[in-house]
Design a protein around this ligand. Structure first.
Ligand code: BES
Ligand code: MN
Ligand code: ZN
Length: 453
């Protein structure tokens, strides 16, 4: 999609041209002169100029840097990019380093369309870049590609993306420097006693996969941050079956897995100075002769026994064993990302990610990263009432507790599988990972990446 080019011929029908500031870009200065345009006169977030046949380009968009920094207006100039036909578009600005990367990122994510299953995929448009900071621009491209990678995975339906296919995609990460990938099979998970994860898989014809990716970008550090993603490839609810209204979109129930894979991609490709691993317990949640039913008791790898109240509270079961595994493999801090509860959607809607933690300092670091990434995260509590509500009569825990405070109850459940001394943040992205109208968002990829930047 992006192409660097040394020669500029504006009589060509270029799709998008990005220029540096008039002061350090002769081309920008020449265009402004040709159009009698004074960039100082710009007031709004951006302005669309009509080149009046002085250029082949049909429109020039001039960006106001200050507005570009503003979270509420940053996306404005890019809204139409997705539907560009052949129009040439020029973006001109006085750029700071961060603007080059932000510009590239925004161009990339707004240019995105999920066309995998469209017969007519449309013509791929090229974005040409001419600017004074190719390094920063390329960083933005890496980030946008990681975000779009996540969106592709989330948008892809279950019949095109089951646990096995996700594992195959994860294996391709081994091509990136300093990255190693391991895929553990059902038998390996049985050996480790992952009864909670495997319990969810029992109704499925598709084998479960435990995906473990390691990136070593900071050999001198003992810190090892595990990003654990919920990888429920499809959530029918199991025998606690979802309804006609609530089942559609459940292909997105691997959104947490897609998010941590996207973040890993960006972190490794940007060669960030950190040690990061990804753990995904991937399976679908379906019905079959062998599927678990409510009242069953599962034994997790940690040894904790779990009474099943609802087979639809499956994400926490897969995460329980994934969190255990991440710690066994030496995680010093953990962030799990999961489309975990409808309750977080009711509480926060589709803009704010719900966060939970056992360590305020660690959460502050993530919150700071969310802020510079222009993503919204809101801390919610894990209280004693939440913990009490999942006490079971027959087992150590039950997997669902009452109707109220469901997002916090799910977090309280997960907390049982995190060692007290391991800083941990749980991100519930059920409301934010996917929008009915526009599909996958790629939320949190940037925040997780910037945490290590
Ligand atoms: N995958 C769902 C949560 C979800 C809901 C994600 C809406 C995205 C949009 C999860 O597995 C689930 O079914 N949770 C139940 C838990 C309940 C049975 C305790 C829920 O939220 O209803
Ligand atoms: Mn469910
Ligand atoms: Zn689910």
């Amino acid at each position: 999609m992006f192409k660097e080019q040394k020669q500029y011929d504006l009589s060509q029908e270029e799709k998008i041209i990005i220029l540096g500031s008039p002061s350090d870009s002769k081309l920008a200065a020449a265009i402004f002169t040709a159009l009698d345009y004074d960039p100082e006169s710009l007031e709004g977030a951006f302005e669309c100029l009509n080149p009046l046949k002085k250029l082949k380009a049909k429109a020039l968009i001039v960006l106001n840097t200050e507005k570009f920094d503003d979270i509420s207006t940053v996306d404005e100039p890019f809204k139409g990019i997705q539907n560009l036909k052949n129009d040439a578009l020029v973006l001109v600005d006085t750029f700071k380093e961060t603007h080059h990367s932000l510009l590239a990122e925004k161009l990339g994510v707004h240019h995105y369309k999920f066309t995998e299953f469209k017969t007519d995929k449309g013509a791929l448009k090229t974005i040409h870049y001419h600017g004074n900071d190719l390094t920063a621009f390329n960083q933005g491209i890496i980030l946008s590609e990681a975000i779009n990678f996540t969106r592709d995975l989330v948008n892809r339906p279950y019949n095109a993306l089951n646990a096995e296919k996700l594992a195959d995609i994860a294996l391709t990460f081994a091509d990136i420097d300093n990255v190693t990938v391991k895929v553990l099979e059902k038998a390996d998970c049985e050996t480790m006693g992952m009864g909670a994860f495997l319990g969810v898989n029992k109704g499925s014809k598709d084998a479960p996969k435990l995906i473990h990716i390691t990136y070593k970008g900071d050999a001198g550090s003992q810190e090892n941050t595990a990003l654990v993603g919920k990888g429920v490839m499809y959530d029918t609810g199991g025998y606690s079956l979802k309804g006609v209204q609530s089942m559609p979109t459940m292909k997105m129930d691997m959104g947490g897995a897609a998010t941590v894979l996207g973040a890993m991609r960006a972190i490794a490709n940007l060669r960030l100075n950190a040690n990061v691993s990804v753990v995904i317990a991937a399976t679908d949640n379906k019905i079959g002769d062998d599927a678990i039913v409510p009242d069953d008791v599962l034994v997790s790898a940690q040894g904790t026994t779990i009474e099943i109240i609802s087979t639809d509270a499956e994400g926490r079961l897969t995460l329980a064993d994934a969190l255990w595994y991440a710690q066994k493999e030496g995680a010093t801090r953990m962030i799990d990302v999961a489309t975990l509860t409808g309750a977080v959607v009711a509480a926060l809607g589709d803009e704010y990610v719900g966060a939970f933690t056992n360590n305020e300092t660690f959460y502050q670091a993530l919150g700071a990263s969310a802020k510079i990434s222009r993503e919204h995260v809101w801390l919610l509590p894990i209280g004693n009432a939440h913990r009490k509500s999942i006490e079971s009569q027959v087992a150590d825990l039950k997997n669902s507790g009452g109707r109220l405070g469901g997002a916090s109850i799910a977090a309280a459940f997960l907390d049982n599988f995190v060692n007290k001394e391991i800083p941990w943040v749980h991100l519930d992205i059920a409301g934010t990972a996917y929008k009915k109208e526009s599909g996958a968002t790629g939320v949190m990829v940037k925040t997780l990446t910037n945490l290590f930047n």
